[in-house]
Design a protein around this ligand. Sequence first.
Ligand code: SER
Length: 433
Amino acid sequence: MKSIDLRKKFFDFFIKRKHSQVPSSSLIPAQDPTLLFANAGMNQFKDVFLGKEKRSYSRAVSIQKCVRAGGKHNDLDNVGFTSRHLTFFEMTGNFSFGDYFKKDAIEFAWEFLTNELKLDKEKLHATVFESDDEAYDIWKDIVKLPESRIHRMGAADNFWQMGDTGPCGPCSEILLDRGEKYGEASPENGERFLEIWNLVFMQFDRQKDGNDMPLDKTGVDTGMGLERVCSIVQNAESVYETDLFMPIIKKIEEVSGLSYDQNEKTKAAFRVLADHTRSTSLIIADGCSPSNEGRGYVLRKIIRRAALFAQKLTDKNIFPELAKVFIGYMSTIYPELKTNEKLILSLLNSEIEKFAANLVRGQAILDRFFEENKSDKIISGQQAFKLYDTYGFPTELTQLIAQEHGCSVDMAGLEKEMEKQKKQSKKKVDAKE
Ligand code: SER
């Protein structure tokens, strides 16, 4: 099943069950300082859950553009090294605002997965929040899922909150057991037990002091990763081998002359580039530019990480070319890509060119360090600071390269150097005044 058909199936299923189709919001949250980027389908409904805003519908269905590369939900460092983490992904979700609750949410999800997508029932597991007997009993008595496949989990896994404050509640996740090939059979092993759908039962409004105030009306917020489901229905090893990524992967093969399957290192670089092409293009299309703070800095970090991985494959500046391919096949879903094509390509181009010299220099300094310090496994705070301050080399990249060499960075030491510099520059300003 192609991703385009999956999108349609999802919408049709919920529209038939009286949900209003709502378009994705921008990745840049409107008037919400608590959020860097839209990170879940429920963001645009935050005030509806809180009872501060009324809509003409009490059931909604959407496919939301999400970025998880900073703030509370941050997957950036995992991208490239697992089969499932992404900086940009699309979240298919159904919502209830004071309408249905746990029973319908669970039944809808089960019906969609097993009747519409025809997933093998025997391979599906469910998790519930440790004290949520109601959800447990629905899985056991109504869905008739054997108890060996219902798992109670703690708050870290099964209590969802959007940010430090705001709507939150216990959740129930549906996992697909991908088999022995992916290691130990445990719901904590995310590579084997692939989380496909998270059903959140909105019940509270978390306050600044951490207190959970009960909401006037409970709600449902569900989120299923479109890329993950695509990987299942397309029998793909990972999200990257689906039609949502393959045109970019093919283009990288073409321009680098390397094969995606060559070895694990090459594969990781291909994956990082494919992921970062998607997120940076869409973030720019929604109006963000690289800068030194906030959202712009996250965007800059992603582009620089892409530059680091691109140079593992080729000397050419291929990143903008990859964006062009992505814009080509994704504009039917997100026309803002086509409208902003020129801007996307020119921003990516200039950002990568600006960073190129620093990248080469920083990499050379680190290579020399590894050569000269074969037994020393720690890059000192001073060294990392010099790379950052004198050579414009981002600490995240120093950490990443260090990791590849089995080393680490003394982050506490680096923090001290940063503080020292802050004090010194303050002294200089004070002396001038
Ligand atoms: N908000 C929940 C999540 O992001 C479900 O949509 O997982």
